[in-house]
Design a protein around this ligand. Structure first.
Ligand SMILES: [Zn+2]
Length: 71
């Protein structure tokens, strides 16, 4: 299915960007790389178009943030 307008407007690969209101969180995991700040990775699905996303909050990686999950 094609991505909805809200999903198309998500800024990928940049930490601190917002998702949109139709995203539903489906789970999250937290892991702690040795010697680095803990990373939280949350999974979402868009209730409008079904696109799956992850959001990584990784202070060590400025390219973390929103990523579309390949099906
Ligand atoms: Zn969508």
């Amino acid at each position: 299915m094609a991505k909805c307008d809200a999903c198309c407007s998500i800024v990928m690969d940049r930490r601190g960007e917002r998702g949109h209101d139709a995203l539903v969180e489906t789970g999250s995991e937290k892991f702690s790389p040795i010697g680095k700040a803990a990373v939280t990775k949350a999974s979402f699905i868009c209730s409008t178009c079904g696109t799956k996303w992850t959001y990584e909050n990784d202070k060590n990686n400025s390219f973390a943030g929103w990523h579309e999950v390949e099906n």
